[in-house]
Ligand binder design. Structure first.
Ligand SMILES: Nc1ncnc2c1ncn2[C@@H]1O[C@H](COP(=O)(O)OP(=O)(O)O)[C@@H](O)[C@H]1O
Ligand SMILES: N[C@@H](CCC(=O)OP(=O)(O)O)C(=O)O
Length: 380
């Protein structure tokens, strides 16, 4: 099973934890980061004949910042942790930029907070930016924006952030690299009789009982946050592998189908998961009516909805809100996330994308609702 899940994955989120990135707090591990970047570049370039899109979620800012500030113990004050993160993030970003550039691959720094992903407009902006970076062959390097978060709105650990990013970009797989070979039936640092778990269902409640907290003073979440991250990633159809980050060629071997690490398999397919998500979570804020031609494109050909096919706009909605797409007879065909607010959408009805900038003063996407953000409610 390991073989096919990772081998078939085209869009992968890779998360590395603080203890690996900073060599247990001794400072950025240049050799290890260089190794991951070499592998990331090979994946992006399609060295094995299949090009892939990869997003890196990297921890380590606080640990590196502490080292740079000469602090040997982790401060308890939130603002001191935030200061350390701001210092350390400079080194982290610089290291990834250098190592990826050496491999001929571009990189981009993206710092996100929980609030960014809870707000529909910012969610859509983050998603569009990340998908654009991936299209450009650039590797986004993501961390939590520690400067602006406090305890209540923190992701808290980057395992959760990795899962949310996997949801955000609808990744096929989440790879969590850590300081253990994968999940054991108990914390192997504490229980020598613990046995290795090769494969399980993501979201299986028995896994939560096996997982303990962080094993080192550097890591934050431990195994439990990884198990919960796998459950969350599975919500959008992504399977998770937990593997040892220092395993030679770990990423290349995973995509080649080697059975290394623990595979936590998503139980729902990506498409099905998106439909379920739309059905469960979204409240309708408005609607657009489209002409027969646009209705046929959306319903029969699975195309995105372009403003040129829109004849009317109802309701008061913002960018990122869920709207219905109705045919000329007023019957709903689909639902999806609006790229433009209702006031803008009214100006864009029957207009081609070349006119958007003149009409709005700017232009976002050429589509009103992108097909990736749409589910059909009336089948062809
Ligand atoms: N069931 C388990 N299997 C493997 N590791 C476990 C388990 N329960 C707890 N752990 C601990 O979780 C640690 C990894 O989490 P953490 O220290 O947060 O790493 P990271 O910085 O990579 O996120 C391991 O070193 C291990 O001691
Ligand atoms: N944003 C924080 C990461 C939080 C954290 O400790 O995460 P992890 O080591 O992955 O459990 C940092 O860069 O230090």
């Amino acid at each position: 099973m390991v073989s096919s899940v990772l081998r078939d994955a085209r869009r992968i989120v890779v998360k590395v934890g603080s203890s690996l990135v900073t060599n247990e707090g001794r400072g950025l591990d240049e050799a290890a980061i260089g190794e991951w970047c070499r592998q990331l570049a090979a994946l992006v370039r399609g060295a094995d004949g299949t090009s892939r899109e990869v997003v890196m979620v990297s921890s380590g800012a606080i640990a590196e910042g502490m080292k740079r500030l000469g602090w040997s113990t982790r401060p308890s004050e939130v603002h001191e942790l935030q200061a350390a993160a701001a210092v350390g993030q400079m080194g982290l970003a610089q290291m990834y930029e250098t190592k990826l550039r050496e491999q001929g691959v571009g990189s981009a720094q993206v710092l996100l907070t929980h609030a960014d992903l809870a707000d529909r407009e910012r969610y859509l902006n983050a998603r569009s930016t990340l998908l654009t970076l991936l299209r450009l062959g650039v590797v986004p390097v993501i961390n939590e924006n520690d400067t602006v978060v406090n305890d209540e709105i923190k992701f808290g650990d980057n395992d959760t952030l990795g899962a949310l990013v996997a949801n955000l970009v609808e990744a096929d797989a989440l790879v969590i690299l850590t300081d253990q070979k994968g999940l054991y039936t108990a914390d192997p640092r504490r229980d020598p009789t613990a046995t290795f778990v090769h494969e399980a269902k993501a979201g299986d409640p028995t896994l939560e009982a096996m997982a303990g907290g962080a094993g080192s003073s550097i890591g934050k979440g431990g195994m439990i946050t990884k198990i919960l991250a796998a459950k969350r990633a599975a919500g959008s159809g992504a399977s998770t592998v937990i593997a040892w980050g220092r395993e030679h060629d770990v990423l290349l071997r995973l995509v080649a189908g080697d059975a290394i690490g623990t595979l936590l398999v998503a139980q729902t397919a990506k498409k099905q998961a998106r439909k379920q998500w739309m059905a469960d979570h979204l409240q309708l804020r408005g609607a657009v009516t489209v002409d027969a031609g646009a209705a046929a494109k959306v319903r029969d050909e699975g195309k995105s909805l372009l403003p040129i096919g829109m004849t009317g706009v109802e309701g008061d909605f913002a960018r990122g809100d869920v709207i219905a797409v109705r045919g000329p007879d007023g019957v709903e065909i689909a639902r999806g996330l609006a790229n433009y607010a209702s006031a803008e959408a009214r100006l864009l009805c029957r207009r081609a994308s070349g006119e958007f900038e003149r009409l709005l003063g700017y232009s976002a996407e050429p589509e009103m609702v992108h097909r990736d953000n749409m589910v059909l409610t009336q089948q062809a």
